[in-house]
Design a protein around this ligand. Sequence first.
Ligand code: SF4
Ligand code: SF4
Length: 240
Amino acid sequence: MTDRKFTDQVSRLHPGEMFSFLCHKSVGCFTHCCRELELALTPYDVLRLRVATGLSSAELHERYIIEELTPKEIFPRFYLTMVDDGKASCVFVNDEGCSIYPHRPGACRTYPLGRGTTRVQGQINEQFVLLREPHCKGFKEKTVQTPKSFMQSQELAPFNLFNDRLTAITQHPRIKEGMRLSAAQLDLYKLALYDLDTFRTQLEDDLLESPLTVPDSVYEDDERLLEFGLDFIEKLFFDR
Ligand code: SF4
Ligand code: SF4
């Protein structure tokens, strides 16, 4: 056991450190990891699920997303619904695999890695862990990867970028110092980050007192709208 091993299943990896792993349709455990999940969704995941399903954000929330805010938490969490099929399967898994594969959430892409970040003087430092669950047969494959190459192969760049922006809010120094959100702030957080269609409509109808000038691009491009939502929340919550 090395000091980089947290448990029998979880160990720390350097960004360039190699491990053998490949997931493909012929592994005996194919889609086993798409069941019995607590699959937390980020704002960018929800944006991509809207593209994958063609549903509005309100419809997505109604059909597929569970919101949770425990008394101990400061920010609400959003989870993808699992189906009551005796196996607690993800709503999007079928015999062929993931039915929304090009738009699957960041957590599905990252597994079996975990990525954490720390911010030092504005710079983001990444840390990785590898989760070796006994049911995952991908570790028996000979393909050698590193956290960096794996992240690239899973096209995680935009997911990580937006997640890092979100972390700047949820781990803001003011939050760490004890700042808590009012009910009105919580509603704005959900609106601007997790309900983009309604956020856009309310901006368009001038129903929100925006602390920032609203760029025209937010009316045409969802990613620009989410970027604006993150700026909007940061400014409203922390700029005083
Ligand atoms: S979204 Fe796709 S990859 Fe993720 S758990 Fe569901 S079926 Fe599996
Ligand atoms: S358990 Fe591992 S190898 Fe099997 S489908 Fe999931 S990620 Fe791929």
